[in-house]
Design a protein around this ligand. Structure first.
Ligand code: SF4
Length: 388
């Protein structure tokens, strides 16, 4: 087993209409103090965590860090030297053997010098926030980039030697139709990224689009959001098209060319440990989960004052751990090994899957159960049924 490190960068250039994450549109002058605070949090993480009541298990101290993930927000807004300096701090604090160092980058933020500096710093994977190849959809969603920015940025990443790139697409953006969705998939496949994430639009109720859906209005094109059925169709088209183009479907929302599955994200789905640093970052050690304060200004103050930014801490009970195994296991196309769970938790789970299997929602192969591919969109319903 190895350790993953997540770095949260909670800054964006604008607010997308559907999003209500704890991210802020702030002046670039706030980036340097924030990056310094993240470095300080990493440097003294043991003291800070112990001050917050986190008891790091002994085995975790012996693990090597092999994946780092800069997520957000838009971490590519930070200067490359700030990202490099955070990586240096990780290298001097932990035993490291980096396999995968991912940076989430929005197309409009990619420049040749930046891409070169990312690669020189040790970043070797880019999670590229394409979302759509249709300018009408991108504009309605409040994204900063346009289709042309994707084609402008990809050669910069290639020239920098960043040869592991993931594209995100969102199914369900306002104005999206079966035809525009198909066009986005076609354009994506032509660019042949190593990894693809397909997300179904989730509109936060507190977002501008969410408020418009509830209260009416035309400013954010709420009336042009595709129906749930249309979104499910888009998702099926994506699955079929990506499969035909050689992408393996390994998690509900994720597809990869062979060997390019996200090593960091697999840790989340396999319940392996990770430490999160930065405002709002979450961590998991096995026996405990904890999270930092969301507000970036409060986070910088807490770390600078030498206190802990941890705001929530909860033990993970055995029954919670088993629920997580089932929920996260069902998200993975490889499925859940019931024999392994029985050994670890002492619970015979096979009977719980009986009716789901006879209704065709679940497939079974020996002791492994998995969601039937045509029912992936109802994973939550299956999970609720399992927990009854
Ligand atoms: S969707 Fe992403 S880029 Fe857009 S505001 Fe939210 S965090 Fe920022």
């Amino acid at each position: 087993m190895s350790l993953g490190i997540y770095i949260q960068v909670p800054f964006c250039q604008t607010k997308c209409t559907y999003c209500n994450f704890h991210t802020g549109v702030v002046s670039a002058s706030r980036f340097a103090p924030y990056a310094r605070a993240v470095e300080a949090e990493i440097r003294n993480y043991r003291e800070r965590l112990s001050g917050a009541g986190v008891a790091l298990p002994e085995f975790l101290n012996k693990l090597k860090v092999d994946t780092v993930y800069f997520g957000g927000g838009t971490p590519s807004l930070l200067e490359a030297r700030q990202l490099a300096s955070i990586l240096d701090e990780i290298r001097s604090t932990f035993a490291c053997e980096f396999r995968e160092v991912t940076l989430e980058a929005d197309p409009e933020t990619v420049e040749p010098a930046k891409a070169d500096a990312w690669a020189a710093a040790g970043i070797n994977r880019i999670s590229f926030g394409v979302q759509s190849f249709s300018d009408i959809e991108l504009k309605a969603a409040g994204r900063m980039h346009r289709r042309a920015d994707v084609y402008r940025a990809v050669p910069f990443l290639q020239a920098a030697g960043l040869a592991n790139v993931s594209f995100d697409l969102i199914a369900g953006l306002p104005h999206q139709t079966a035809e525009t969705w198909w066009n986005s998939l076609r354009d994506l496949i032509e660019l042949a990224p190593e990894h693809v994430s397909i997300y179904l639009l989730e509109v936060d109720e507190g977002s501008r689009l969410g408020a418009e859906i509830l209260q009416g209005g035309i400013r954010y094109a709420a009336g042009s959001v595709p129906t749930d059925d249309a979104m499910a169709d888009f998702n099926n088209t994506a699955r079929e098209t990506l499969a035909k183009s050689g992408y393996g479907h390994y998690e509900i929302s994720n597809f990869a060319q062979p060997g390019f599955e996200s090593q960091h994200n697999l840790k989340y789905w396999r319940r392996e440990p990770y430490l999160g640093f930065g405002a709002g970052a979450h961590s998991f050690s096995g026996p405990q989960r904890w999270a930092n304060v969301h507000d970036s200004a409060a986070y910088v103050i807490a770390v600078t004052n030498g206190t802990t930014p941890v705001e929530q801490l909860e033990p993970v009970s055995e029954s919670q751990a088993l629920e997580e195994e089932l929920f996260l296991g069902l998200r993975q196309l490889a499925g859940i090994d019931l024999d392994r769970l029985q050994q670890v938790y002492g619970v015979a789970l096979a009977p719980r899957f009986g009716s789901l299997e006879s209704s065709g929602l679940i497939e079974r192969e020996g002791s492994v159960v998995r969601l039937a591919p045509r029912h992936l969109s109802v994973s939550n319903e299956v999970f609720v049924e399992l927990m009854r």
